[in-house]
Ligand binder design. Structure first.
Ligand code: IPE
Ligand code: IPE
Ligand code: MG
Length: 247
């Protein structure tokens, strides 16, 4: 079991931020207004996560499948992302937050890509707080990218085919140097994973809430953590073994 100050505070929380569109629709507003309010919820949640002592937070912001949305919405989302990154860099530096991305960043618009690289570079020396944004992310794409990189390493003699294992394969995932999420939260009442971190969520606890993402905040995060704290993580063992503290 991972041991840190408060054993019941997850080290890594991953969130599928869903429901921006429905939030806007309920109010007769354009979908983009929902996304705008969603960015506010990101700020609130980030601050709440640090206050609660959550060291890693990964947010699913744009999936490989989301390119299928109307061009106007995709463009609006990219614009919001640029605006957010420009505004937030100084906050990350002030608060000591390391910013990273997972996903096929090379296929993001050039302006966004430049800002992402800049933000990553400016915060790379921070270690305490980690903010990971999943952009143009898909778990199946990640697996394919990792398999290709692993195969290339075998071809180039850096890996041996007979040593192939999960541990070695893991080093080629986007998340190679990140701990697996302890807790997954999905907002908006949908009960699915939507191609998010399929391998890394192997033993994550999951909390689904009907709250739409723009309405998510500290109270909702706290409620999810309280739910997480009640769960017994057994990793295949028995309750008796867990109680006895068997490693
Ligand atoms: C989540 O909200 C944000 C993104 C996927 C970018 P949605 O836009 O999916 O909101 P709903 O599901 O249509 O309500
Ligand atoms: C998942 O939400 C992707 C993100 C939150 C970025 P979607 O709204 O795209 O998921 P589906 O299509 O309802 O499964
Ligand atoms: Mg959705």
């Amino acid at each position: 079991m991972p041991s840190h100050g408060h054993a019941k505070i997850p080290q890594h929380v991953a969130i599928i931020m869903d429901g921006n569109g429905r939030w806007a629709k309920q109010r007769g507003l354009p979908r983009l207004e929902g996304h705008r309010r969603g960015v506010e919820a990101v700020r609130t949640t980030m601050n709440a996560a640090r206050e609660l002592g959550i060291r890693y937070i990964t947010l699913y912001a744009f999936s490989v499948e989301n390119w299928k949305r109307p061009q106007e919405e995709v463009g609006g989302l990219m614009g919001l992302l640029e605006l957010y990154l420009k505004k937030e860099l100084s906050t990350f530096v002030r608060d000591g937050v390391r910013f990273r991305t997972i996903g096929r960043i090379d296929d993001m618009p050039a302006g966004v890509r430049r800002l992402l690289r800049e933000t990553e570079a400016a915060t790379k020396h921070f270690t305490e707080w980690n903010f990971i944004l999943a952009l143009n992310y898909g778990a199946q794409t990640e697996a394919a990218d990792a398999a290709r990189a692993y195969a290339a390493a075998v071809r180039d003699g850096q890996e041996k085919l007979e040593d192939a294992s999960w541990e070695r394969f893991h080093r080629y995932l986007y998340t190679a140097d990140l701990p697996d999420p302890d807790l997954l939260i999905r907002t908006s009442g949908e009960l699915r994973i939507s191609n998010f971190l399929l391998l890394q969520l192997a033993y994550a606890e999951m909390v689904f809430t009907p709250t739409l993402w723009p309405d998510f905040g500290k109270a909702e995060l706290k409620a999810a953590i309280d739910e997480y704290a009640k769960r017994e993580r057994r990793y295949g063992r028995t309750t008796e073994q867990i109680k006895a503290g068997t490693k």
